[in-house]
Design a protein around this ligand. Structure first.
Ligand code: SER
Length: 317
């Protein structure tokens, strides 16, 4: 198998993406070859470590202990949380990245994955089919940190030959682990309300379209990008990644097809302003061309699979 000798380190494994990614990578490469770390103690089988990515010595120690050569850095504060704690968000989002990039520059890490986001775009960015290269004027703390991070990734690649790869994730929809503090989280919360017979109060306006993606697609994209031959990777800042695009009214309608009396009301708050500055849909032709990206899940399938899996999960708990 390709990459068989590489052991992988996941930082932020307790988070929304981390949980699914660890499971996928362990299925592919074996439990012992994927070390899951988080700032909190993880309650999962297989190799785990408690790790604060801001602590460079601790990070180095974990990498040396487990001989991991690939790092997936997923620890970050999301957009809504970052607006409430700007300095904490900047420090975590940037210092974590610098620690990993610097160990890669030293040669301790061979390959890095770092997630960027649609939040790198801003009010002046074209909203429909947002291109890879365009105006970027993020006006949120999170977006500013992600855009700065993208520039640093490209810089470390160009100056020091660091093999760092990145994706601008759309809003990610998952059922295994709940996100926290994101603007796109409404598209997950809504399912919990629908299944618990509650009226969902949406914090975005009803017609606020955003780019979204089901988690299985996002995990597949991540691993596909990481496995692509180096020479195919032409974007060293971060790749646009397109999934689906929908408004709160669209997802509510799709849920109502399956849960007839589902009710929703709208009370937009500061998160709607964040969402207003982001694209509606994404042009990802570079991802298609460079590493054969194609999303699988459309809105109806996402709603189907979310309702199915979440209802089982909620009955178990
Ligand atoms: N899903 C993220 C958020 O809402 C965007 O990357 O903050």
């Amino acid at each position: 198998m390709k990459g068989e000798n590489n052991k992988r380190l996941i930082i932020g494994a307790g988070g929304q993406i981390g949980g699914d990614l660890v499971e996928y990578l362990r299925g592919k490469y074996g439990n012992e070859n994927v070390v899951a770390t988080d700032i909190k103690q993880l309650e999962i089988a297989g190799p785990t470590e408690q790790l604060d990515v801001m602590d460079l010595d601790a990070l180095r120690g974990v990498i040396e202990k487990h001989n991991t050569t690939e790092v997936y850095l997923l620890a970050a504060l999301l957009s809504a949380s970052a607006e409430l704690k700007p300095q904490v968000a900047w420090d975590l989002n940037m210092k974590g990245l610098f620690n990993v990039l610097n160990l890669a520059k030293e040669g301790l890490i061979k390959k890095v994955f770092w997630p960027s986001s649609i939040a790198v775009f801003g009010p002046s960015t074209p909203k429909e089919s947002t291109p890879q290269n365009t105006i970027m004027d993020p006006n949120t703390v999170y977006g500013i940190s992600k855009l700065a991070g993208e520039r640093w990734c490209e810089y470390y690649h160009n100056k020091y030959g660091v093999d760092v790869r990145s994706i601008r994730y759309p809003g990610l929809i998952s059922w295994k682990t709940k996100p926290g503090g994101g603007t796109t989280d409404y598209a997950i919360d809504i399912f919990y309300s629908a299944l618990q017979n509650e009226i969902y109060t949406c914090f975005l306006k009803e017609d606020r379209a955003l780019p979204m993606m089901y988690m299985d697609d996002a995990v597949r994209a991540t691993v596909q990008l990481m496995e692509a031959p180096k020479e195919n990777i032409t974007v060293r800042s971060s790749y646009n990644l397109g999934g689906v695009s929908f408004k709160p009214t669209d997802i509510a309608r799709a849920i109502r097809k399956r849960i007839k009396d589902f009710g929703i009301c709208y009370q937009p708050d500061f998160r709607d302003e964040i969402a207003q500055s982001w694209p509606h849909s994404i042009d990802d032709q570079d991802s298609q061309k460079d590493w054969n990206w194609k999303n699988k899940y459309e809105l109806e399938e996402i709603v189907e699979v979310m309702l199915h899996n979440l209802s089982e999960k909620l009955q178990l708990s």
